[in-house]
Design a protein around this ligand. Structure first.
Ligand SMILES: [Zn+2]
Length: 173
């Protein structure tokens, strides 16, 4: 196991569409990457981490979100697809590639996602609230979209100004 280096915005890999994993890529290497991603995410105190955030331009992410009635559940979603969305929620969102930046982002309230697990088996997740926000945020990463792109123009402007300040004070690499 190893901690991976998390890349910060505006690293080009964050703005690149990730490559879907082929049938021959469900190997021990993938399991090792997923294990390292869970470890890296948990060490950094995040609830989700997508492969592009560790410099790997592929369609996969890990998440670990607890809800009111359950302990954190770990999921690795490979080649994720959003197959249903409904409702909406508004709340603060953060991202491990935007250290120290939190901003209001509107997202759908409920999501059904389809993906493959590390063995290549297809599964579905039907979640709402924070877990839904997480799946939408991380699937965006797989598509080369960052949460800045999901903010209103005003919030995006505020966020960009804050990033500049953080960069100047050396709190952003
Ligand atoms: Zn993120």
């Amino acid at each position: 196991m190893a901690l991976l280096e998390i890349v910060n915005y505006p690293d080009p890999v964050l703005l690149t569409v990730g490559k879907p994993l082929g049938d021959d890529e469900f190997t021990g290497d993938l399991e090792a990457l997923v294990t390292d991603m869970f470890e890296t995410m948990e060490k950094a105190g995040g609830v989700g981490l997508a492969a592009p955030q560790v410099g790997v331009s592929k369609r996969l992410f890990v998440m670990s979100v607890s809800s009111e009635d359950s302990d954190p559940q770990r999921h690795a979603l490979i080649n994720p697809q959003i197959i249903h969305i409904e409702g909406e929620q508004t709340g603060d969102e953060g991202c491990l590639s935007f250290p120290g930046l939190f901003q209001v982002v509107q997202r759908e309230m409920r999501v059904i996602a389809q993906a493959r697990d590390i063995k290549g088996e297809e599964f579905e997740l039907d979640v709402s609230g924070l877990a839904a926000r997480c799946i939408l945020h991380e699937t965006d990463h797989c598509d080369g979209i960052v949460f800045l792109d999901r903010m209103t123009p005003l919030k995006r402007q505020l966020a960009k100004r804050k990033i500049k300040t953080l960069q100047k004070t050396g709190k952003w690499n």
